[in-house]
Design a protein around this ligand. Structure first.
Ligand code: V47
Length: 404
């Protein structure tokens, strides 16, 4: 329930009608989401988001045991917010490309840690053949069949389709046959063309990002969605971004989680003009996402992007997921993140428990593996994952024109 103090604050700020609609289970309009993003009283908005979070998940807070793999940072795109990409493989410029042995070996070396998911993202390398990616997946899959492989953003899928003359469905089908399970949510940035033109004008468009996720969902895959905020975008462009995600989710139900990503300003082209978003901005964005995205099961506070303390605080502002152990993250550390390279499972438990929540280890598809109650941690059976829209056969022909 919302406390009487929060209720009073909502009334005082003219947000009573929005509160009533949220409590009545009604969908928020774009204008209402914008009102909430502009609201003065963060705690009151947070209380509303917390109500929705607790109604869905109680105190459960999800995390997984995951590792990251970034096989190359060589990238032909020139996103102005990116600190990770390099133009070539020269060690002097900190460019690198792992051999397949190196990349596969890195993943397999984590086996003793009980990892359940690897998250693979790369730069758009101008010379690597498609077989490199297929073999990367198939070698991991063969050596470690039960490891879930979350791989390749929509930006990479678009790049492969263009470079190798395939449709999105063909690229996804071939990667999937090689071992890929789900897709991460990266590369969405902000969908508004005004923003994309300025910060990432030479990679997949918003429409293409959406179409690739739609195609993945139609093929029966689960994917994630992100939003990179805290740079040149306006608040209404954040709402527009979430609206497009909500619309696709209405259509496919294929998204698992929404992850707002706070801009990190170091070592990139726009960082000097835009400092890191404030804690208030981060919490308000997460809370409004929880309230507006009524068809998303989960909202994640990525601790690497927010820092452990803010991610922990976010658990009272609508968030139910903190990502995972994240061994060996590079993208945010190259952009100035000062958080550790990884968090051990007991550290995640400590953060979650100190926020009054219950840690629940999940797998890559958000099935609960273990609820860590303080009294011993009984196993809970994994709930079934609801089916997606029927699997559609990939259309024939190598054309990209249809975007499928
Ligand atoms: O696509 C790049 C963003 C993304 C910066 O799906 C930056 O579970 C802030 O997508 N400041 C990669 N953000 C990370 C990502 C992700 C992370 C965790 C979980 C999941 C998931 C996905 O990071 C990029 C881009 O949008 N990014 N540079 C920067 N300087």
């Amino acid at each position: 329930m919302i406390s009487s103090l929060a209720n009073r604050a909502l009334e005082r700020d003219g947000l009573g009608p929005i509160r009533d609609r949220v409590l009545g289970g009604e969908r928020l309009t774009d204008a209402e989401a914008l009102r909430l993003l502009e609201a003065r009283d963060l705690a009151a908005v947070g209380a509303l988001a917390n109500h929705v979070r607790e109604a869905r998940h109680g105190d459960l807070t999800f995390y997984n045991r995951n590792v990251h793999l970034n096989p190359t940072n060589v990238c032909v795109a020139s996103c102005k917010f990116c600190s990770f990409a390099r133009a070539d493989d020269q060690t002097a410029s900190e460019g690198y490309t792992m051999s397949l042995d190196e990349a596969v070996g890195k993943v397999l070396s984590r086996r003793p840690l009980g990892i359940t998911e690897v998250h693979i993202v790369s730069g758009l390398h101008p010379d690597l053949p498609f077989e490199y990616y297929l073999e990367l997946l198939s070698r991991i899959r063969k050596a470690w069949p039960e490891l879930a492989i979350k791989a390749f953003t929509a930006i990479e899928i678009h790049f492969f389709a263009e470079k190798f003359g395939k449709t999105y469905a063909q690229v996804l089908t071939e990667l999937r046959a090689a071992g890929m399970d789900t897709m991460p949510g990266g590369g969405a940035e902000i969908f508004a063309p005004r923003v994309r033109r300025k910060i990432c004008d030479d990679k997949a468009t918003a429409d293409q990002w959406i179409e690739i996720h739609r195609t993945a969902h139609r093929l029966g895959m689960r994917t994630n969605a992100t939003m990179l905020y805290g740079h040149i975008e306006r608040l209404d462009e954040r709402v527009d971004h979430m609206r497009r995600l909500r619309e696709l989710q209405d259509e496919t139900r294929g998204f698992q989680v929404f992850i707002p990503l706070a801009f990190h300003p170091e070592h990139n082209m726009i960082g000097k003009a835009f400092p890191k978003p404030t804690g208030y901005d981060a919490l308000r964005t997460l809370a409004v996402a929880r309230l507006y995205l009524d068809n998303f099961d989960h909202v994640k506070a990525y601790w690497v992007s927010l820092g452990e303390r803010l991610a922990q605080t976010a658990l009272a502002f609508g968030v139910d997921d903190v990502d995972g152990t994240v061994l060996e993250e590079r993208i945010y550390h190259m952009a100035g993140a000062t958080v550790p390279q990884a968090l051990a499972e007991p550290d995640l438990h400590r953060l979650i428990r100190a926020a009054g929540r219950v840690p629940a280890e999940r797998d890559s598809l958000y099935r609960v593996l273990k609820v860590h109650q303080l009294t011993g941690g009984a196993m809970k059976p994994a709930p079934p994952v609801p089916p997606l829209a029927p699997v559609q056969p990939p259309p024939a022909g190598p054309s990209l024109a249809s975007g499928t």
